[in-house]
Design a protein around this ligand. Structure first.
Ligand SMILES: Nc1ncnc2c1ncn2[C@@H]1O[C@H](COP(=O)(O)OP(=O)(O)O)[C@@H](O)[C@H]1O
Ligand SMILES: [Mg+2]
Length: 286
């Protein structure tokens, strides 16, 4: 069965899409069959992987709102497209997805739409990563219902922890009502600038909030990470040697490879899992 992660934080601009795209790309290029599900109407994960949204005939909106059977039913398989990264496919989003809240308002089992859709491709992938948008609405609830684990990117800035208690409340609600196995994999600090006092203060505060649940890997602020999406490339294709790429390779190993090795289960990749050990203390800044 595929492992399923949702990347969630209802704040915009904290690094969700960058984390989802780059974790997925590291996994794919490591031989892990990976699907990235774009569940944000902004479609940044879709375009960040070089998929032209204007060319798409259907997207996640159609999958989530389509009736299960009938001639015009749109299945997940119908919309999935390949990317330039080996073993990495994307289930794309277009601006249509902005209508999902309204379309699903009175739909039956509306929180379970994504979970159901993923069942249909489960044997095709080892890993499914869901990128979510800046809200705790129905799309994010669908992501939490479909996932086994939640990754929470936290940007190193003032008010970094604002809104986190609501997010954790929604996670426990979904766990109670829909998805009892849902776990928090961890929080990952993003856009870390090692030169500032603020960054280390935020790190300390996040560690207090999520004891034992903060990934050791810290993603530095790195201008190459911000440039890559405009070329439609994940960082390991755009600039594999930059600090941002090394950090995401390390996060991939921490989240997926090390644990699999420890528990003897799950995903073990072939290439990146054995690659070097980048020096995190040397946070590259722009
Ligand atoms: N580590 C980083 N260093 C520099 N820029 C980053 C980094 N992570 C993300 N960005 C940039 O910050 C912006 C917000 O990141 P994004 O991943 O789109 O956040 P979200 O999906 O949470 O809205 C984007 O322009 C992105 O390219
Ligand atoms: Mg995003």
């Amino acid at each position: 069965m595929a492992r399923r992660f949702a990347v969630v934080n209802q704040k915009g601009g904290v690094g969700k899409t960058t984390t989802a795209v780059n974790l997925a790309a590291c996994a794919g290029s490591d031989g892990v069959r990976t699907l990235l599900v774009d569940l944000d109407a902004q479609g940044n994960a879709t375009s960040g992987l070089g998929v032209e949204r204007a060319q798409l005939e259907a997207c996640m909106y159609d999958v989530l709102t389509s009736s299960e059977s009938g001639q015009d039913a749109v299945g997940l398989r119908d919309i999935i497209v390949g990317t330039a990264v080996e073993n990495l496919d994307v289930a794309p989003a277009t601006i249509d997805l902005a209508g999902a809240d309204l379309s699903l308002a009175n739909a039956i089992a509306r929180e379970m739409r994504l979970r159901r859709a993923l069942l249909s491709v489960d044997s095709d992938y080892d890993l499914i990563i869901i990128d979510t948008g800046p809200s705790l609405g129905i799309l994010t609830v669908n992501s939490l219902s479909a996932a086994q684990e939640v990754i929470i990117p936290i940007q190193c800035e003032y008010y970094a922890l604002e809104g986190l208690s609501q997010l954790l409340d929604v996670v426990s609600l979904v766990r109670q009502q829909i998805n009892p196995d849902l776990k928090i994999a961890g929080a990952v600090l993003t856009m870390y600038d090692a030169r500032t006092r603020l960054a280390s203060d935020v790190l300390e505060e996040v560690r207090r909030t999520f004891p034992g649940r903060v990934f050791e890997t810290i993603i530095p602020r790195n201008v190459r990470l911000a440039e890559a999406p405009s070329y439609g490339m994940p960082i390991i294709l755009y600039d594999p040697s930059c600090a941002g790429a090394q950090a995401y390779v390390q996060l991939y190993r921490e989240v997926l490879v090390d644990e699999a090795a420890r528990t003897g289960t799950g995903i073990v990749g072939t290439n990146l899992g054995d690659s070097g050990n980048p020096d995190r203390s040397n946070g590259d800044t722009d």
